[in-house]
Design a binder for this molecule. Structure first.
Ligand code: UTP
Length: 294
């Protein structure tokens, strides 16, 4: 039985170049899916899984992410005065308890591994969660909570995985699998962004992790890897042999909101799930498609 995961790290220091010019002055993680920014989905997922301390690894221009979780007295008073309870409650939900949000800066975007390493003093010596807000996971039970349940049994590092097309392995960290029961796979190695010809499998890591604190030593030992960045995958790979490494085929559906089409797909899918929007969105999609066919 492993120690409980209480803390989550949100690496949000990336440059978001795929969304320029939208992300020139606005953090990518503030992009909304319907009416909620990506960062809020990620914080709510962690909170619903029982996590109660949240650290943001920020960088230049990322202040709106912290402001988003703060009080806005004028706006709250106005909504109260107008009796707009639904919107007021949606605002208040974006406010974790005082003293539970922390931030530190990654002065240079040296990669995801480096961003996680920046959280070392905050995490100390306990297992912790990492959530990448641009991977949005729609699930009946929080994806990170599913990993925490596995971690309680297996210990070690646990990542969320899904099978991707062979031509897409070069976009992901890929597992070299030694045992697989169809749900949970144990890895004997990990490769960051392999070409399809070198990929040991098509089992790809998505942006949800439960990590042992030994990752910080491993991150200090790894060299800059793919793209000149310090890769989290390389550090997890270093730990195999001394630390179990599992990939969970989580239950749910991921949207890659770091990619334009993935982001649009998330917006359409989340809107279709809102009863008050569904009929209008269906009509809108039909109109657009029939307009294109004319
Ligand atoms: P991405 O690989 O999507 O990079 O980062 P990016 O810079 O955000 O976006 P593009 O590719 O230029 O469009 C995945 C996650 O890791 C964080 C990002 O903020 C995002 O949440 N990240 C990445 C960091 O915090 N620091 C880094 O140095 C790199």
């Amino acid at each position: 039985m492993s120690r409980r995961v209480r803390k989550a790290v949100f690496p949000v220091a990336g440059m978001g170049t795929r969304f320029l010019p939208a992300t020139k002055t606005m953090p990518k993680e503030m992009l909304p899916v319907v009416d909620k920014p990506l960062i809020q989905y990620a914080v709510e997922e962690a909170s619903d899984a029982g996590i109660d301390h949240f650290i943001f690894i920020t960088g230049r221009g990322k202040q709106p992410l912290l402001d988003h979780f703060d009080h806005m007295p004028e706006l709250e008073a106005l909504l109260k005065e107008r009796g707009n309870v639904t919107i007021l409650n949606s605002l208040l939900r974006a406010k974790p308890q005082p003293g539970t949000i922390y931030s530190t800066r990654q002065q240079q975007p040296l990669g995801l591994g480096h961003a996680v390493w920046c959280a070392r003093a905050f995490i100390g010596d306990e297992p912790f969660a990492v959530l990448l807000p641009d991977d949005l996971v729609q699930a009946s039970s929080p994806c990170i909570g599913q990993l925490m349940d596995v971690h309680r049994e297996t210990g070690g590092n646990v990542v969320a995985v899904e099978n991707v097309a062979l031509e897409d392995t070069s976009k992901y960290g890929i597992l070299d699998v030694v045992e697989d029961d169809g749900r949970l796979a144990r890895a004997k190695g990990l490769v960051e962004k392999p070409a399809s010809s070198d990929a040991p499998s098509t089992m790809a890591i998505i942006g949800r992790y439960v990590l042992e604190p030994g990752i910080f030593d491993a991150l200090e030992r790894v060299q800059r890897g793919s793209g000149g960045e310090i890769q989290l995958t390389d550090a997890m790979n270093h730990m195999i042999g001394t630390t179990p490494m599992h990939g969970l085929r989580y239950e749910g559906r991921r949207y890659d909101c770091g990619d334009k089409v993935g982001f649009l797909e998330a917006n359409v899918s989340y809107a279709l799930r809102r009863p008050e929007m569904r009929a209008r969105v269906e009509r809108m999609l039909e109109d657009i498609l029939s307009g294109l066919r004319e």
